[in-house]
Write a protein that binds this ligand. Structure first.
Ligand code: DLZ
Length: 219
């Protein structure tokens, strides 16, 4: 049994105000039940820190391997959208955003939300500023081949590269679990005698607002 005073994330040194932030969540759809719990946990902490629902953009990709490409595309699209105020440019950037997911994306409580709703949000007063942070969410579970190791390595390196190249914080919300139970426990839906575990999505929501605040302070 691990000592809770040693492992894990302590409470933040101060509370952060996310009310002016625009945050993107990009999640993989592999291992769906775990992903839904993680996305819910992330959104709950974003909102708890004041991030407005209309300024949380949720997109999905098939698997974790696609996360770096999608994060990069969203960050670029957000910057273009902000720089070009003309309605024709906003329309074309919205198309770019929807290219990443032209079906559905996960909304709080497991509901689905059409990606086309992001364009509706823009007409209803949502921010069109560049994203202050992006949260990449995936769940890799080891199988019997080397696939797991290669994808873990590629995604980790890819997400780090995206945030350093773009200057936009990218939160590493990718579980790399050796068993199903490890993943379930880290999504707060564990089924074993250890109990439900802790939803790491909550930590990722906290990290996004903290990093976005630092990025604002340092610029
Ligand atoms: C192929 C694959 C496998 C075996 N396992 C996972 C996984 O556990 N979690 C995950 O997010 N994605 C997995 N994928 C899919 C890859 O990430 C990727 O979508 C495909 O290789 C297509 O590029």
């Amino acid at each position: 049994m691990s000592d809770p005073t040693i492992k894990g994330l302590p409470p933040p040194p101060k509370s952060y105000d996310g009310s002016s932030f625009r945050i993107a969540i990009v999640h993989a759809r592999w291992n769906d039940a775990i992903i839904k719990a993680l996305v819910d946990g992330t959104i709950s902490k974003l909102k708890a820190q004041g991030v407005k629902e209309e300024n949380i953009v949720v997109k999905s990709v098939p698997g974790s391997y696609e996360l770096p490409f999608a994060c990069r595309g969203l960050i670029e699209a957000g910057k273009t959208q902000s720089a070009n105020a003309a309605p024709s440019m906003i329309a074309s950037t919205t198309n770019l955003l929807s290219l990443i997911d032209n079906t559905t994306s996960t909304a709080p409580s497991g509901q689905t939300q059409s990606s086309s709703s992001s364009s509706a949000q823009q007409s209803s007063g949502a921010s069109t500023a560049p994203f202050d942070a992006v949260i990449a969410i995936g769940c890799l579970i080891k199988g019997s081949t080397m696939h797991f190791e290669y994808i873990c390595e590629a995604v980790t390196q890819g997400l780090m590269r995206v945030q350093l190249d773009s200057g936009t914080p990218v939160v590493f919300g990718v579980l790399t679990a050796l068993t199903d139970d490890q993943a379930l426990e880290r999504a707060g839906i564990g089924r074993g005698e250890k109990g439900p575990g802790h939803n790491h999505g909550e930590d990722w929501g906290l990290a996004a607002v903290e990093l976005a605040s630092h990025a604002k302070d340092w610029s």
